[in-house]
Design a protein around this ligand. Structure first.
Ligand code: FES
Length: 184
């Protein structure tokens, strides 16, 4: 069929060979809509799955005070939670079992009343001196005392240790609330 010079055929139909400016605006419009939808969908998915850091729990119930003998070092939690619970006449202290040299786990030697690290020989004082001296480094390469964990009781009177909060007695934190639990 012959095509007239003005782009129409004799029957009046328009021949569309190249996209017109109107088509281009149409494409751009749809492109914008689809892009917006894509971004919106991504934002929705992001909203449904927020980047939350699920950290392990740090607070643990560790039983009633009467379960621990007066003037003793309990090793009950060494394997599971890596601390000793030390009971004095008038208080409890949760002592970290992480050596302050390179992080090995010391052992409590009852006859010598000291915490001895098997890795490089650091020694930390036991409970028989005083509650303030507990865990103080005195031999080997450890640069500072063992840390203490926050200790409290819950509504039922159970002891609760918080391994997420440590106190350093070399920084004068031995007397801070939580660094020990008064109990007579
Ligand atoms: S890790 Fe304990 S003395 Fe080195």
């Amino acid at each position: 069929m012959a095509k007239a010079e003005d782009g129409t055929n004799p029957e009046g139909h328009i021949w569309r060979i190249a996209p017109t400016r109107r088509d281009m605006f149409g494409f751009l419009g749809w492109g914008g809509v689809l892009t917006s939808l894509g971004i919106g969908s991504l934002a929705f998915v992001r909203f449904m799955y927020p980047r939350v850091l699920f950290e392990p729990a740090s607070r643990y119930g560790i039983g009633k005070p009467v379960e621990y003998g007066v003037n003793s070092v309990s090793e009950k939690w060494i394997k599971a939670l890596r601390f000793w619970l030390v009971r004095f006449d008038d208080r409890f202290v949760a002592l970290s079992a992480t050596c302050t040299h390179l992080g090995c786990t010391p052992r409590y030697l009852g006859t010598e009343d000291k915490f001895k690290c098997p890795c490089h020989g650091s020694g930390f004082r036991g409970y028989k001196g005083s509650w303030k001296a507990l865990g103080v480094n005195y031999e080997g390469p450890a640069p500072r005392p063992l840390e203490r964990y926050l200790l409290a009781t819950d509504d039922t009177g159970q002891l609760v240790v918080d391994l997420g909060k440590a106190y350093r007695i070399d920084k004068g934190q031995a007397d801070e609330t939580g660094a020990f639990l008064p109990y007579a």
